[in-house]
Design a protein around this ligand. Structure first.
Ligand code: ZN
Ligand code: ZN
Length: 338
């Protein structure tokens, strides 16, 4: 059995093409599944990513990075190895990377979810021999309901707050979650304000064609002009900032897959929690894996031991590989984006 991709200290490596996928150490050529910090790390000599990441990656990693972009489905040949990027449905610009060499096909899926969120191109199952999967929520307790139900709850929460003279503060990771929340909000309820880090990502995505509802900068909020009943989107990292003072009285909430089971550390002091994840739930992982027809599955970040054992009991050759996606503060970052 050949190893088209192998796990090295630097990251996932394709020896035949001499390139890495989502490397966590500095390398000469990095193929990127998506722009979250644990996958697109700072300091790579050259990046190759799906074209929707053009402005997002420059905003996060530096405008002068060496970045080559490809369209979904476009083939890129390196030393006779064929690479292509396919929708992962995780966040705008997210991709699974398909690797084909001498008739063998591997797919490195990065992070993904199978529910079509209406914003990111929907997850596309890719037939392959070996599938590398995340399993952030790889336990049977994690099951998501359709996002439409969650958005009804969020808009209801906002409507009630507005009716009782309060603002809403909703926390969601600046890239991906924030835009998904934004696209599910009902702008007829009130004005929507966004934290600068979310505004920056909105602009970077609007520049490549993503259509998002109109928002106002958080700094422009003025009680005497806007009154109450405003919705404010901010990243979890900005919580407990001095900016929250001028929004009082407000009710606050977070949106994350972790809300379903354990009280998110940051959630404990918040009024509400909405179960909305940008990662596949347990049935979603199984559905995605079976759709690939893969005979071998490699489980990376998340509940790798439990989930790979579950796959083996189902007759799939599954193994775990360690990545740095869950180390060095990665767990925290992942919690925020989940
Ligand atoms: Zn991600
Ligand atoms: Zn990740």
């Amino acid at each position: 059995m050949s190893h088209l991709l192998e796990f090295r200290p630097e990251g996932m490596y394709c020896a035949a093409a001499d390139v890495y996928i989502d490397p966590w150490r500095k390398v000469h050529k990095a193929l990127i599944t998506h722009a979250h910090a644990d996958h697109a790390r700072w300091g790579q000599r050259h990046y190759i990513a799906q074209e929707h990441n053009e402005h997002v990656m420059r905003a996060r990693l530096g405008k002068d990075i060496s970045l080559q972009t490809v369209a979904y489905g476009e083939a890129l040949h390196i030393n006779g190895v064929r690479f292509s990027w396919h929708p992962a449905g995780h966040i705008p610009g997210s991709a699974q990377i398909r690797v084909e060499h001498k008739g063998e096909v591997w797919v490195a899926s990065g992070d993904y979810k199978v529910e079509n969120d209406g914003l990111s191109p929907a997850f596309e199952p890719i037939a392959c021999h070996t599938f590398i999967t995340e399993c952030t929520f790889g336990m049977p307790i994690y099951r998501w309901e359709p996002q439409a139900l969650r958005f009804e709850e969020i808009n209801q929460w906002w409507t009630e707050a507005a009716a009782t003279g309060k603002n809403c503060v909703l926390f969601g990771y600046s890239l991906g979650k924030a835009q998904r929340l934004l696209s599910g909000l009902n702008p007829s309820i009130g004005p929507i304000f966004v934290h600068p880090s979310i505004a920056q990502m909105n602009d970077a995505l609007a520049a490549v064609g993503f259509q998002l509802p109109a928002t106002l900068p958080l700094s422009s909020y003025n009680r005497s002009v806007h009154g109450t009943g405003a919705m404010v989107l901010a990243p979890p990292g900005a919580a407990e900032g001095s900016w929250q003072k001028k929004l009082e009285p407000y009710t606050d909430a977070t949106a994350s897959g972790w809300v379903q089971v354990r009280g998110n550390r940051r959630r404990q002091s918040l009024d509400r929690g909405f179960v909305i994840s940008d990662h596949a739930d347990y049935p979603g992982l199984l559905q995605a894996i079976s759709a690939t027809g893969a005979e071998k599955v490699i489980c990376t970040h998340g509940f790798t031991a439990l989930f790979s054992r579950q796959l083996r009991e189902m007759g799939i050759a599954a193994q775990e590989e360690r990545t740095l996606f869950m180390g060095e503060g990665g767990a925290d970052a992942q919690e925020e984006e989940a």
